[in-house]
Unconditional design. Structure first.
Length: 67
């Protein structure tokens, strides 16, 4: 173990572990599979080709989530 880490207080070590875990969790949740990336790219392309198709997020919330 690195000497700098050994010299940290228990509280600082806990903080370091929490920060590392949050960073790992962000990277893990942001990683997309190839199929997910392809699907997002396809949907983005469809939106650019037909920007007036579909509904806005506000319309979606009003229609499907406000019940």
């Amino acid at each position: 173990m690195d000497a700098a880490i050994k010299s940290l207080s228990i509280e600082d070590k806990i903080t370091l572990v929490e920060e590392l875990w949050e960073e790992i969790d962000k990277e893990r949740t942001l990683a997309l599979s190839i199929k997910q990336r392809e699907l997002l790219d396809e949907r983005k392309r469809m939106h650019y080709e037909n920007p007036n198709e579909g509904i806005s997020i506000q319309q979606f919330i009003g229609k499907y989530l406000s019940k």
